[in-house]
Design a protein. Structure first.
Length: 178
């Protein structure tokens, strides 16, 4: 991945993590800037194949996270941020970032749950969510704690997990191509 795209990725996720911690929001100006720069730079650097990869990465990032948004498991800012990241890195690298984000988010969640004394309750809620999804029902409809928009839900600043996943990805890329 070119250094320009890597630098933009790191700046975008750092600002997203900071604002998500501070305000619990990821600003639209940030994700729009990342999205436009991702598409434009990929097109400039790689021509039509770069444009195609950028748009496909954006679609994959948006599509996967939009499912989580529909289930009220993710906020709209997280969806837009992952679409912007997809436009910067393309679909293959986006999937790697998604993997690292899931691991980082899981670690952050366990630490947060233990600190808040909600580990057992959350394991129970995961069981409920799985049951509801197996019945093709949205878990948040019957259980308010499973709705990220509810005051009863324990919310994680997912922008931090996305930033950690992206930083891990960049670090591993750096180690591989040193």
């Amino acid at each position: 991945m070119p250094w320009t795209l890597t630098l933009i990725l790191l700046v975008v996720v750092a600002i997203a993590a900071f604002t998500d911690i501070k305000t619990r929001r990821i600003p639209n100006w940030l994700v729009l800037s990342g999205l436009v720069l991702g598409i434009a730079l990929n097109w400039f650097l790689f021509g039509w194949s770069g444009l195609k990869s950028s748009l496909l990465g954006m679609a994959v990032g948006f599509g996967i996270y939009f499912v989580f948004y529909l289930l009220h498991a993710m906020s709209a800012g997280d969806v837009k941020l992952m679409a912007a990241i997809g436009s910067l890195v393309g679909p293959q690298y986006w999937l790697a970032i998604f993997f690292f984000t899931a691991i980082g988010g899981g670690i952050i969640a366990v630490v947060l749950l233990l600190a808040k004394g909600r580990f057992r309750r959350t394991v129970f809620n995961i069981g409920i969510a799985v049951q509801e999804l197996r019945r093709f029902r949205a878990p948040y409809l019957e259980h308010e704690e499973l709705d990220v928009r509810s005051g009863k839900a324990l919310r994680l600043p997912h922008g931090v997990a996305i930033a950690l996943g992206s930083i891990c990805f960049v670090f591993i890329q750096y180690l591989q191509f040193r």
